[in-house]
Every structure is written in C-alpha cells, then in structure tokens.
Design a binder for this molecule. Structure first.
Ligand code: NDP
Ligand SMILES: O=C1OC[C@@H](O)[C@H](O)[C@H]1O
Length: 412
C-alpha cells in the first residue's frame, strides 16, 4: 500500500529537471481531458520535452487550459499551431474521426506526431497515413500511435511469459463502469469514429495481437450492443468478439464502456460495476522431459494479468502450471500437482539498464521512447510501427464487418 501511494504521489508531483537546449517543443491540438495524464504531467520529468503550446476550437478554452497547465503559447486554431515554426512535435488527442486529418497536416509540416489511439478511423485511412511517401524519406518525422500500456515493463513482462506459437486460448476483458462516459460522449458518436471497439476495444485487440504474435485468420463472431435508444445507433456500448489464429488458437475480447451489474438477466444492469482489465492466456498441453521410466510428464501453463491497461498503479501477473504424470502405456494419470508464481514489474528488471522509475506511468515510458526515436537513440526497443498500427485497424474493422455494422467513417 505504501509503495502504491508513493508511486501515485511521485507520478503526480514528479521531479522536474532543467530542460535541455534541444528539448522537443510539443504543441497539443485540443484542450483534451486526457492531456494532463498522457503528456503534460509526464513531460515534467523529461528533460527533453517542453509542452510549449495548445490550441482549441474556442481560444478562451485554450487560454484557460494553458493557464491551468502553465503552457506558454496559445494558438487560435489547430492550423495556427501546426504552422508555428517554434513547435517541433504535435500531440493529437482529438476525437478519433479527426486523427487522420490532423496527423497528415502535422506530418506535412515536418512535425513529429504522437497520435492518440486508435490511430485513425479505419484500415483505409491507416494504410494511407502510415504509407505516406514522406515517411520513407531520410530524416522523416516520427509518427507513433500512443499505445502507452505497451511501453510499460509489466506489459512486456506478461508477454515474455507467453510462448506465442503455443497459445490455445486467450481472453482479454476491459470494461468501464456505467455513467463514467455520458451517452453523447465523443466515444459514442459514429461521425467522430466512436464505438467501444474503437476505444477500450483497441487495447484488448492490441493485447490479443501481441499474445499470438501474429494476425488472426478470421473473426469468427462479433456481438455488438447498441447504445440505448435516443443515442447514436451506429455506436456500440459493448462488444464481444472472437478470432481464430493460424496455430488453431482462439482469442476473444469482452469490452464494455458502460458496464452494469450482470445479474438476473440484466435486471440490475443500471447499477455501475467496476472490473479490473484482465487477460488470461492458456497454452496447449506440452510434454516435458520425464525422469521416471514408463511415464510421461505434461504441463499446461496459464498466464494471467490483472490491470494490463494501467499497470503503473497496481498489477499482478500470475503463472499457473498444471503438471500431470501419466503411464505411457495406458495414459492413466499417476500424479498431478500445480505450481504457482506471481510477478510484478514497475521498472525494467532484466538487467538491461533500460531507463525507468517505479513511479513512471505508462505515458512516461511511452514519452521516453517517442523522444528516443526523434533523437535517434536506441531506447528500450519497444515500439509500435506503422505496419502494426495498420493491422490494428484491420482487426478493428473485422469486428464491425463480422457484426454487419458499418466500419467507422473516414475518407482518405
Ligand atoms: N491514452 C489514453 O489513456 C487515452 C486516450 N484517449 C484518446 O484521446 C482522444 C481524446 O479523448 P479525450 O481526451 O477523452 O476527449 P475529450 O472529450 O476531452 O475531447 C478531446 C478534444 O477533442 C476536441 N474536439 C474537436 N472536435 C470535436 C468535436 N466535434 N466534438 C467534441 N470534441 C471535439 C475538443 O477540442 P477543443 O478543446 O478544441 O474544443 C476536445 O478538447 C481520443 O482519441 C481517445 O481515444 C482518451 C482517453 C485516454
Ligand atoms: O484510452 C483510453 O483509456 C482510458 C479510458 O478511460 C478511455 O476511455 C480510453 O479512451
């Protein structure tokens, strides 16, 4: 508990080193709710990042945001901000449906771009954006889809426990209690490329793709729950989907942005319900060397993680191995036992010397790698490249297509 409080406190009030001469000067498009957590606060402890400017549709809103977060420059429009030659990088926390337009415009101005997830509205836009000819030129700007959880050591530790080829079944769940997001939130507006699959769903999809280390062959089922009557009927409040991978394994997601109590046939659904994001991965049964004559030894390994989304606060990785000794002749079970381990990681503990502190939030780890790329430093090696982002959107689209819903709108 003391460790948890210390992590939260230090993340909220981090040490603030003097900024370097060559610090990135970041401009934020929109006075977004997520800004303080995702970049403004993490930037305080990074000597090479200055949050230099913000723009909002309403300049008064931008001024209030700038004052609250000590941002020195306020621009009157998004365009004016990206035209500012003193700004070297743009952070885009706009509604999903505006990501493509503003990422493209920012890159064309030569700015590095940290682009909120999901990168864009659909796979056509992703392919157009991440295959932009200018991104293959020398000294091209850096473009990163901001999948912050991926950069945290706990997320990577979880993945390192998995033998990807051997995964038989994976289940990933992430939910948010009812009423956190109002029914007319940007997350539930089709024209802004909303939908639960686009929001929390993107994390579960990212994790499934990383668990199998590959793309699925087919989306085998997708069940979307429409928003309540009176709200956007092209957006889903919840989604359950299942895919099959080449190795025969199946993976499923269960994501809900307005989770209520699931009892008595939904009678209590109006009561909000809190669940920790979780993932469970089961390996196929494998034979391991057996020292006993006439016997064989098999193991089924299950790896689970609680709180893969924001592991910096708290998380648990559990590894359970079910061992069975059988007679080789008749396959009868001679003996069974279970071995359990629990692991956590708030900083890199693989002896590699990678940078990090136990109090660094996922967003701080992400910012470290973004700057490393811009500065052409090796860093932790964790990255989300353009092809990865394109495949994300393909898997998101597969949910809507399988359910017979329209993929999210967005022209190229
Ligand atoms: N990485 C993470 O942990 C998180 C990521 N996100 C992602 O960040 C993005 C923004 O989310 P969040 O901060 O919660 O969103 P907000 O509701 O705060 O909206 C962000 C900004 O969108 C701008 N905007 C522009 N056009 C519109 C419009 N037509 N309607 C409404 N807003 C508009 C507003 O800018 P202005 O100030 O100019 O009015 C607003 O400040 C999303 O892509 C989301 O998926 C969200 C939460 C967490
Ligand atoms: O990215 C996100 O992470 C946190 C959630 O609250 C939010 O819905 C989502 O956009």
């Amino acid at each position: 508990m003391a460790g948890l409080l210390k992590r939260i406190w230090t993340a909220a009030y981090p040490p603030e080193p003097v900024k370097a001469e060559d610090a990135l000067r970041v401009g934020i498009l929109g006075a977004a709710n997520i800004g303080p957590n995702s970049i403004i606060n993490p930037a305080k402890s990074h000597p090479q990042v200055i949050i230099a400017a913000v723009a909002a549709r309403d300049p008064k809103k931008a001024q209030a945001y700038a004052k609250k977060h000590s941002i020195p420059i306020v621009h009157n429009s998004y365009q004016e901000l990206i035209d500012d030659p003193s700004i070297t990088a743009i952070y885009i926390p706009l509604p999903n449906g505006l990501h493509y337009e503003w990422a493209l415009k920012s890159l064309q101005k030569g700015k590095h771009v940290l682009l909120e997830k999901p990168s864009v509205s659909n796979a056509s836009q992703a392919s157009a954006l991440f295959h932009l000819p200018l991104l293959s030129e020398p000294n091209t700007p850096v473009l990163l889809e901001a999948f912050h959880s991926l950069f945290h050591p706990a997320f990577q530790l979880f993945l390192s426990q998995i033998e990807k080829q051997n995964v038989e079944f994976a289940s990933v769940e992430s939910t948010s209690p009812k009423y956190i997001f109002p029914n007319d939130d940007i997350r539930f507006l089709y024209t802004l490329a909303g939908g639960t699959t686009m929001d929390f769903g993107t994390y579960t999809i990212l994790l499934l793709r990383n668990i199998f280390g590959d793309e699925p062959e087919e989306c085998v089922s997708a069940d979307l729950k429409k928003m309540p009557k009176g709200y956007d009927q092209n957006c889903e409040s919840a989604v359950q989907a299942k895919w099959r991978w080449k190795n025969g394994g199946t993976g499923q997601m269960d994501t809900d942005l307005s989770r209520g109590v699931r009892m008595w046939g939904g009678l209590l659904e109006w009561i909000p319900w809190v669940e920790i994001p979780r993932a469970v991965v089961r390996h196929k049964e494998v034979l391991v060397p057996c020292e006993e004559d006439g016997k064989e030894h098999s193991v089924v390994r299950t790896i689970s993680m609680l709180n893969f989304l924001l592991p910096m606060f708290w998380h648990r990785i559990r590894i359970v191995e079910e061992h069975t000794i059988r007679n080789t002749s008749n396959k009868k079970t001679a003996r069974k036992w279970t071995e359990k381990q629990t692991k956590t990681a708030y900083k890199w503990e693989d002896g590699s010397g990678k940078k990090g502190e136990v109090w660094w939030p996922t967003y701080r780890y992400q910012l470290e790698e973004f700057v490393n790329r811009v500065k052409k430093r090796e860093g932790s090696g964790i990255w989300m490249d353009g092809e990865d982002s394109i495949k994300q959107t393909q898997m998101i689209d597969s949910v809507y297509q399988k359910a017979g819903w329209p993929v999210r709108p967005g022209e190229v």
